[in-house]
Design a protein around this ligand. Structure first.
Ligand code: ARG
Length: 358
């Protein structure tokens, strides 16, 4: 590893916080460890700061106002797949708390010279299978059709008959070793059945979604040290589920179904039937999560909070690299403040960072 990356990170850490150990001493320790072992070990405070700043640097995230509230589960001693899986389950329990969701990251063993850390192959800890039929149609979430085929080829059977919301198993490997599968215990996965505040028929659609979004395939890079398995979660924004996962034509594609039940004129999109169905779907998502007591943000409030975050960063003298196309919500964009301005360009070299999946 490059000792300069370590120095740069420690400089940032010492600029923004007041550690007990003098900077020169800490830097020498890190350099000595790098000379002796090819890498160095973050203190818990460094790890916590590094993970929080990686979040702060995530140009696609609208929820960054809360970056200092990220809770760390330090599991750097864990790299055996079965133990990683058990810790992922514990992560979900600690983050879910019956609906009072907390932003949490679990950091597993880092890559070391000649010894890569563990790897979680799932995009998120909780995802639904997409079962491809003989005719090519997908039952479930089409986004995971390929992943579902892969776990099936490894021996995963899943519920019989296959459903639209079957929990995928975790696929975990120790470094480059052959991946292994682990079923998530049902009681570690909180889900919300969807209903609508006015349309009684809505529950007949039997839609549901999981409470916790937990990204699990983005390596965390802090001061030159790469943690390949560092699953992290926040809480959902209504539109992620209502205006994307359940609405996109290449996902659950529910708008035509809902429009039909609403009795809308679907002969032309110029009647705005997709837009009208979309509003009711997002309403149902928000209403159901609220009624179930599961923390969920709405796009109006989250937009305001994000602009408060941008202002905070400006006051702190920092840029706030932001990807406009990601922070503007996928419905009613112009009704939210985040739509009506420009941002600092995303910086792919900002560090610490969550890296694109490999
Ligand atoms: N959009 C992704 C999904 O629907 C989740 C991304 C992270 N979202 C969050 N609120 N932290 O599953």
């Amino acid at each position: 590893m490059d000792a300069d990356d370590a120095r740069e990170f420690l400089e940032l850490f010492y600029t923004e916080t007041r550690p007990d150990t003098p900077f020169e001493q800490r830097l020498r320790e890190a350099y000595d460890e790098i000379t002796a072992t090819g890498t160095y070990t973050h203190t818990l405070d460094e790890l916590r700061f590094g993970a929080r700043v990686a979040w702060r640097n995530s140009a696609r995230c609208i929820g960054r106002l809360y970056w200092q509230g990220l809770r760390i589960r330090d599991r750097r001693g864990v790299s055996v797949p079965a133990e990683v899986a058990a810790e992922c389950t514990e992560h979900l329990r600690a983050a879910t708390r019956d609906g009072k969701l907390r932003s949490t990251i679990t950091v597993f063993a880092p890559d070391r010279p000649g010894r890569p850390g563990p790897r979680i192959h799932n995009e998120q800890l909780i995802r639904y299978a997409g079962h491809r039929n003989a005719d090519g149609a997908v039952h479930g979430d089409p986004r995971y059709a390929e992943f579902t085929e892969r776990v099936a080829s490894m021996g995963w059977r899943g519920p019989n008959p296959p459903g639209r919301f079957d929990l995928l198993p975790l696929m975990i490997s120790n470094g480059d070793a052959r991946p292994e599968l682990f079923e998530l215990p049902r009681d570690a996965v909180l889900e919300v059945p969807l209903r609508h505040p006015e349309y009684g028929w809505f529950s007949d659609l039997r839609l549901r979604w999981h409470a916790v979004p937990a990204i699990s395939n983005m390596p965390l890079l802090i001061g030159g040290v790469r943690y390949p398995a560092a699953p992290f979660n926040g809480w959902y924004l209504n539109t992620e589920i209502g205006a994307r996962n359940l609405a996109d034509a290449d996902r659950y594609d529910q708008l035509p179904v809902i429009a039909e039940r609403m009795g809308l004129d679907t002969s032309s999109r110029r009647t705005l039937w997709p837009d009208r169905a979309l509003v009711e779907l997002v309403r149902a998502v928000q209403y159901s999560f609220d009624a179930a007591g599961v923390r969920m943000a709405d796009h109006h409030t989250e937009s305001e909070r994000f602009l408060a975050h941008v202002a905070n960063e400006e006051r702190a003298g920092r840029p706030c690299p932001t990807d406009w196309s990601w922070v503007v919500p996928p419905m009613s964009g112009g009704l939210t403040g985040v739509f009506h301005r420009y941002y600092d360009d995303p910086d792919p070299h900002a560090r610490p960072a969550f890296l694109p999946p490999t």
